[in-house]
Design a protein around this ligand. Structure first.
Ligand code: BJW
Ligand code: ZN
Length: 290
């Protein structure tokens, strides 16, 4: 059993939390499994790490670059405003990668847990946009940051599911991640456009970019679920992107039991009751089937 001090990692942002919670942190799977058995409201809060074992690169790990860009440079409304062609190439590439990927044992263990526990309220709140939780069979799912396979019209704002590959002819054979590729020259008229006759606006990925607000209904629901859960499993997230980064520390501070599954500690680790180190495709199935 690990012994740690629970010290809140960001007093400025989470000022309402007690500054120090002296307690023991555990990595006892059997004990956590007992807690899960008696819980009624369970939330899984996932990030890119859960899809890493499906071959989808994380944002802040090795492989988190596309060409010479970090996601943070392209996932902004400003980047789309100035270089929509480059941003569409980036998303076209990611749509193709995720479409070829398969849910891994971590996604599947969560979906199975939901299915096998109809007496509990099980919710998955994911920051991921790859659609793998849904493909694994998760039903009660909140996609905080949108979805690679949804588009939004920049003019009429209509949101549609779009799984076309490629999403438009001009993007066929584009999006190669090689660092020596520079710029993007697809004319805007050839990028995906709204099919409504009176509109024909430029489409964008239905993804929450940096500096944009999360969809109000999704955020409200996530906050409501987080405020009523009695157990939260934080899986494969670096816990640095807000508002998602404060969900689990806030839940822990009000008394929910929080367990983190990661390859390495994060800034939020000291806030949590349990820490399970290792690939979550191995640790989750073990904990959930104990
Ligand atoms: C494994 C593993 C294995 C690997 N097993 N583990 C308050 C304070 C400071 C800043 C802000 C704030 N409020 C808002 C901001 C600004 C900004 C923000 O948080 N910035 C921070 C970087 C500081 N937030 C926003 O802009 C949000 N909007 C908002 O709040 O609006 C209101 C507002 C705006 C501005 C100012 C104030 C208020 C929107 C955030 C949208 C995030 N969008 C992205 C990009 C989506 C585009 C796309 O996908 O193309 O979403 S950012 C990127 O990071 C992506 C992810 O969902 C998100 C989180 O990353 P995640 O999932 O944690 O991945 P990694 O790579 O960071 O970590 C992976 C983890 O897995 C690691 O820990 C590994 O160890 C682990 N791992 N393999 C287990 N096998
Ligand atoms: Zn439109």
């Amino acid at each position: 059993m690990l012994i740690r001090l629970f010290v809140t990692h960001n007093k400025k942002l989470l000022g309402h939390l007690p500054s120090v919670m002296a307690t023991r942190q555990s990595s006892d799977m059997a004990k956590f499994n007992e807690t899960l058995k008696s819980a009624k409201n369970i939330v899984f809060l996932s990030g890119a790490g859960i899809s890493a074992e499906s071959g989808i690169p994380t944002f802040r790990g090795a492989g988190g670059m596309w060409r010479k860009y970090r996601a943070a440079a392209l996932a902004t409304p400003e980047a789309f405003g100035t270089t929509p062609s480059l941003v569409w190439e980036f998303y076209h590439y990611r749509r193709e990668v995720a479409a070829k990927a398969e849910p891994n044992p971590g996604h599947l263990a969560i979906a199975k847990f939901e299915k096998n526990n109809p007496d509990k309220t099980v919710t998955v709140i994911t920051q991921n946009v790859d659609g793998l939780h849904a493909r694994a069979g998760t039903k009660n799912l909140l996609e905080l940051h949108g979805n690679l396979y949804k588009t939004r019209c920049t003019k009429c704002k209509e949101v549609l599911v779009n799984t076309d590959s490629p999403i438009c002819e001009a993007l066929a054979n584009r999006g190669a991640p090689d660092v020596d590729q520079v710029g993007s020259d697809i004319p805007v008229r050839n990028l995906p456009h709204c099919k409504k006759s009176g509109c024909k606006g430029l489409l964008r990925p239905h993804i929450v970019w940096f500096g944009e607000s999360l969809e109000a209904a999704v955020l409200d629901k996530a906050e409501s679920v987080m405020s009523s859960c009695d157990v939260c499993l934080v899986v494969g997230t670096s816990s640095v992107v807000y508002p998602a980064a404060m969900f689990a520390p806030q839940a822990a501070a009000r008394g929910a039991i929080v367990a983190e599954f990661n390859l390495k500690p994060t800034p939020a680790t000291p806030d949590f009751h349990y820490y399970f180190e290792g690939p979550c495709g191995m640790t989750l199935p073990k904990v959930l089937s104990e």
